[in-house]
Every structure is written in structure tokens, then in C-alpha cells.
Design a protein around this ligand. Structure first.
Ligand code: XIL
Length: 372
């Protein structure tokens, strides 16, 4: 009898629907004032990756473009802007009622060489650099005025020791390039939130420098709505205490902490893996690509515990937004960073779009916080 019933297609469909209905949308579980977001790639915003797109739309109330608002994507040549993919991305977010984040205006990476080139053999001068920066920000932010809710204005301006990173922007303009970027962004859309985005803010020297930097901008009367920690973390590091103190320090300074690019590298880490030495990288690939055929149950559980731990801290400090850097393990950038050609498992959905134990762990922490 049971067997007959279970083989009836109607019942199977019903069972599948009931199972799917049990998966709660993450965005239905977050406390008021905490946004939950995800970075999507062009295949997702264009609709070619339907499965990834569907997960993004069902679970998140904010989206960030993984690459397509970066300078090289949107402004590849002097005076030539390519807005089509970005337009589709922004429209998707608006149609879905999501909070759309713009990433990123001023950075030293994914910026074409012409932006930093001087006239002939001479070095880029301050006025030219400022004029390029201003035109770019006015055009990009101006186009999406009232539609992009917040912008990563400057990304990664600091070294881990807290000194200003020697980027072409710093060298051409000087230390006030950050103030100028925030000024131009605010002019282009006075209603948009503006953020300073950085990584490794769990390192005390860097975090203190970021806070000082933002306080300096605010003292000049500039608008800054949040300090973003990218949070490209590992399953074992950084230590929870370091994350806890960083979020507390940002809050204590009167700023809103944001988690802007969350993922958890599950592969073994090697101090040399960040360098540029290709021979070393190849060696590290050979010893650290330890899960080429799938993530073992034990490692799944460890990842789940890690996500639960960090989400408890995000809720404790009421971060303004948590954005995951990618939708599923199928499309994470960590397959190729910092070592190209490995298999990584950093997100809440597996390669087939199934919720992992880490997803259930996050749901449980959110529910507990909400008292449900
Ligand atoms: C990454 C993207 O995920 C990749 O697709 C791209 O090839 C390189 O950049 N910090 C940032 C993000 O602020 O823009 C980076 O995104 C990841 C590190």
C-alpha cells in the first residue's frame, strides 16, 4: 500500500513541494535593520544561470555585482562607458525590491592601465588623476542615482600595518584622494549610502587605521555610512575573539560595521599562498587541493560550526548588512584564489544548489536570535 502511494507521481510532487517549503528564506529570518545580501555574477544577473539567480532572489534582500560595476567593466576606455550589463543588474535588484549595492568606485585593482597613465613619459599628475576620478564617479553614480542604495567608494586603501597603501591613486593625488572620492560620490547622489571597504580589519593596527581614516573624513563633514570588512575568511582563522573585537571597536567609534564579501575558505592555508611566486603556488596547489571530489561530512560540520560562530557575532554587534561573496559553490571565486585551479566549498549552497549543513546552521542562529 505504502509503496503504491509513494510511486504515485502526484504524491511525489506533493512531497517535493512540502520539502522545498520547509527551507526558509534567509531574508525572512534576519532582524530589522540587518540586511542579508549576496554578490551575483553576470550569468546570474543576465539570467543564463537560472538556478543561481533563483537562490539569490529567494533568500536575499540585497545584491552586489561581483565584477560588473568595477572600473574595467563599466569604463574600459577613456570616455567609453559600457553600462548594459550593469543596467540589467540594477534593474533586477529594483524589480525585486532589493537594496542594490554598487561595488566599487576607487580601487587599485580591476582598473584599466589608462586610468593611471601620465602624458607620454611623465607620471600621472594630481589634477589629471582627480579629473578622471571625478568624471568616473559623477557618470557612474549619477546614472544610478536613486537606484543604487549604497556605494563602496574606496576599497583597500590600507596596508595591514595601518599605513596608506602605495596605490597609483595615492602617488598621483596624495592622502586626500579618499576625501575627494567621498566628496564626488556624495555630489553625484546625495541620498546614497557611502562606505569604506577593506579586508583584514580583524587585525588591530589596520582596524584602528580604518577607524581613524573614516573619523577624519567625517570631521571634514563628509558622509560615511559604514565600514565594510570583506570577510574572506578561513574555517580556522581569523580567531573569533579578533572578529568580536573588530566589530566592537567599529561600533564603539560610532560607525556601522558591515560584512561585505563573506566566504569561508575550507582548504588548508599556507603563509606563502598570497605571494606572486608561481612555482610556489603550484607546489601549494598540489598539497592543499585536498577535497577534489567533494567535501567530507566532518569538514561540512566544521564549516557549519564556523558559520554559526561568526553569525552569532554579526547579530551580537548588529552589523548593518551581511553579504556573501557568491551564491553557490559552483561559482565561487575561491576555486582560483589565491591559488588557481583548486576545488573549494566556501558558501551555504553546494554546486548543485542544495543547502549545505552550513545553511541550516545559519538558519538556526537567526531563529534563535529572533526567539523562534
Ligand atoms: C573578485 C571577484 O569575485 C572575481 O570574479 C574577480 O576575478 C576578482 O575580484 N575583494 C574585492 C572583490 O573587493 O571585488 C574581489 O572580487 C574579491 C576581493
Amino acid at each position: 500500500m505504502g509503496r503504491t502511494l509513494m510511486s504515485s507521481p502526484g504524491l511525489l510532487l506533493w512531497a517535493a513541494a512540502a520539502l522545498a517549503a520547509e527551507v526558509p528564506a534567509l531574508k525572512s529570518l534576519t532582524p530589522p535593520g540587518v540586511r542579508i545580501g549576496v554578490a551575483i555574477n553576470q550569468a546570474q544577473s543576465d539570467g543564463r544561470d537560472e538556478a543561481g539567480r533563483a537562490i539569490a532572489l529567494r533568500h536575499f534582500d540585497s545584491i552586489t555585482p561581483e565584477d560588473l560595476l568595477k572600473w574595467e567593466s563599466v569604463h574600459p576606455e577613456p570616455g567609453r562607458y559600457d553600462f548594459e550589463p550593469a543596467d540589467r543588474f540594477v534593474e533586477l535588484g529594483r524589480n525585486q525590491g532589493m537594496f542594490v549595492v554598487g561595488h566599487v568606485l576607487v580601487w587599485h585593482q580591476q582598473t584599466p592601465a589608462w586610468v593611471f597613465a601620465g602624458d607620454g613619459a611623465s607620471k600621472l599628475d594630481r589634477d589629471t588623476a582627480l579629473a578622471r576620478m571625478k568624471a568616473h564617479i559623477a557618470t557612474v553614480v549619477g546614472r544610478y542615482r536613486g537606484r543604487v542604495g549604497g556605494w563602496d567608494v574606496v576599497n583597500e586603501a590600507l596596508e595591514d600595518d595601518g599605513t596608506l597603501r602605495k596605490t597609483p591613486w595615492l602617488e598621483a593625488i596624495g592622502g586626500d584622494y579618499l576625501a575627494k572620492a567621498f566628496e564626488y560620490a556624495h555630489e553625484a547622489d546625495p541620498a546614497a549610502e557611502l562606505y569604506y571597504n577593506e579586508y583584514n580589519l580583524w587585525k588591530p593596527a589596520k582596524r584602528e587605521a580604518a577607524i581613524r581614516l573614516v573619523q577624519g573624513l567625517k570631521a571634514k563633514g563628509l558622509r560615511v555610512d559604514g565600514i565594510g570588512e570583506q570577510a574572506h575568511w578561513g574555517v580556522d582563522d581569523p580567531p573569533l575573539e579578533a572578529i568580536d573585537s573588530a566589530l566592537a571597536a567599529i561600533r564603539a567609534s560610532g560607525n556601522t560595521p558591515l560584512i561585505t564579501e563573506l566566504d569561508m575558505d575550507v582548504l588548508p592555508r599556507d603563509p606563502d599562498m598570497w605571494g606572486a611566486d608561481l612555482a610556489k603556488k603550484a607546489k601549494i596547489r598540489a598539497t592543499t587541493n585536498v577535497y577534489p571530489d567533494g567535501l567530507p561530512a566532518e569538514a561540512q560540520q566544521k564549516l557549519a560550526r564556523r558559520y554559526a560562530d561568526v553569525f552569532r557575532l554579526f547579530l551580537k554587534h548588529r552589523v548593518g548588512r551581511v553579504t556573501f561573496w557568491g551564491v553557490t559553490d559552483a561559482t565561487t571565486w575561491l576555486h582560483d584564489f589565491p591559488i588557481p585551479g583548486r576545488v573549494n566549498y566556501p558558501l551555504l549552497w553546494d554546486r548543485d544548489g542544495r543547502e549545505k549543513p552550513a545553511f541550516d546552521a545559519v538558519v538556526e542562529v537567526l531563529r534563535k536570535d529572533a526567539g523562534r
